[in-house]
Design a protein around this ligand. Structure first.
Ligand SMILES: Cc1cc2nc3c(=O)[nH]c(=O)nc-3n(C[C@H](O)[C@H](O)[C@H](O)COP(=O)(O)OP(=O)(O)OC[C@H]3O[C@@H](n4cnc5c(N)ncnc54)[C@H](O)[C@@H]3O)c2cc1C
Length: 380
């Protein structure tokens, strides 16, 4: 049997499914395929900042975040920053940090798509694609022809490689979960410097558990498992009692999509869209997925061109963050940063609310952020 659809979406993670939901709402025929069946596991700290929440609310036409309460496993209004095991700051933030369990969150989004009448082929492990003919042969032999293709198959993007794109530069993140009862002040969001080079470690509240992880620019000479086990021991958690899992994430060097045909785009991790410093990808997954769908809705003939224009602000932000990361994680800069940060609780609150949570200040505007913070402190 053959089928024709306007847009084929490969990958039903947050990037692909947000594109599909947006297309479905606009009445554009679309089909999603994913190699997994949902609910499925996804290694992720699950941090949802305010900007991600806003993107989610836009996607689902929700005005009151309380309507999404069940989607979240936890929230936190306190951020602590550490140098190894020495606490440098403890700050209240006014923009709550929320946390999801990805198996539940991604399944929730897939259900939203299905409830709109969307078509998803799950567990599609052996489909065959012929991109020159714009066709996909599913495992059961059925063929789908498409006009537009949204590739959202994650950081390792097999599809991106098949389309001829060079591999991305990666970071690597690894994490474990432990019962909350094993950690003091478990409702706080904790960030640790000095645990891993070119990155950071974290402890995030996650329902009845905490998510403990670390990540940074990928270096094949580093044993990430050893580093995480040492970090767990520092927290007085027996590493042998935890299941440890890791995954690659884009490093923040956005994929150059210029060689792709005009009817094909990459979204989410597949496109390299991630915050280079925090490794936060959910915001970019949702934003790029929505942008992909809107580009198809408004400009079917110049789909990729429109998409890259819509993503230009994000791409600029990520590129600046990538350059800053190269400086920020230099050993000498880290030492100065940690020395100066001690006790600056109100600055960390301001930074979290106005940069991490909202991107009100971009990476190229951090000097203005500091000046504005000083003014506020002075005025008070
Ligand atoms: C340890 C760790 C911690 C993280 N913590 C955070 C965090 O706290 N907050 C945050 O915002 N981000 C975090 N991230 C990043 C975040 O997980 C990703 O940026 C986000 O999942 C990207 O969404 P996506 O839809 O692009 O890709 P994915 O979520 O990876 O989804 C890709 C989908 O494509 C499917 N797929 C893969 N290959 C194929 C194929 N060949 N054919 C069909 N389907 C395929 C997969 O089954 C999957 O469903 C973390 C990442 C890691 C590894």
């Amino acid at each position: 049997m053959t089928k024709h659809t306007d847009t084929l979406v490969i990958g039903a993670g947050p990037a692909g499914i947000s594109a599909a939901i947006t297309l479905q709402k606009a009445g554009i025929p679309n089909i999603v395929i994913d190699k997994s069946s949902f609910p499925r596991e996804k290694v992720c700290g699950g941090l949802v900042t305010n900007k991600t929440l806003k993107a989610l609310m836009r996607l689902l036409n929700v005005r009151d975040p309380r309507r999404l309460k069940e989607t979240f496993a936890d929230h936190s209004d306190t951020v602590e920053i550490y140098d190894k095991n020495k606490r440098l700051t403890c700050s209240k933030v006014s923009k709550y940090l929320r946390f999801v369990k990805r198996n539940r969150f991604d399944f929730f989004l897939v259900k939203q798509y299905k409830s709109l009448g969307g078509t998803i082929y799950e567990n599609e492990k052996n489909y065959q694609a012929d991109f020159s003919k714009q066709e996909i042969r599913l495992t059961d032999g059925n063929i789908i022809y498409y006009d537009h293709l949204i590739v959202a198959d994650g950081a390792l993007s097999v599809t991106g490689a098949a389309l001829g794109l060079p591999g991305q530069e990666f970071s690597f993140c690894i994490e474990a979960y432990a019962p909350k009862t094993q950690i003091k002040n478990h409702d706080r969001t904790k960030v640790y410097f000095g645990i891993i080079d070119n990155g950071y470690a974290w402890v995030f509240p996650s329902g009845k558990e905490v998510c403990i992880g670390l990540g940074g620019e990928y270096d094949k000479s580093v044993s990430y498992i050893k580093k995480l086990k040492a970090f767990l021991e520092q927290l007085k958690i027996d590493p042998e009692s935890c299941r440890i899992r890791g995954a690659f994430v884009p490093s923040g060097k956005v994929n150059d999509q210029s060689s792709l045909p005009e009817n094909v785009i990459l979204a989410g991790d597949a496109g390299g869209f991630i915050d280079p410093i925090y490794g936060e990808g959910l915001y970019f997954a949702l934003s790029s997925g929505i942008a992909a769908a809107k580009s198809r809705i408004s400009s079917p003939k110049s789909f990729k061109n429109k998409y890259l224009k819509m993503m230009a602000g994000h791409i600029k932000m990520i590129s600046h963050g990538y350059r800053l990361k190269k400086i920020f994680f230099k050993k000498r800069i880290q030492e100065i940063f940690k020395k100066r940060l001690g006790g600056k609780d109100s600055f960390v609150s301001f930074y979290c609310d106005n940069q991490v949570s909202t991107y009100r200040y971009s990476y190229s505007a951090l000097f203005s952020l500091y000046i504005d913070y000083k003014k506020r402190v002075f005025i008070r």
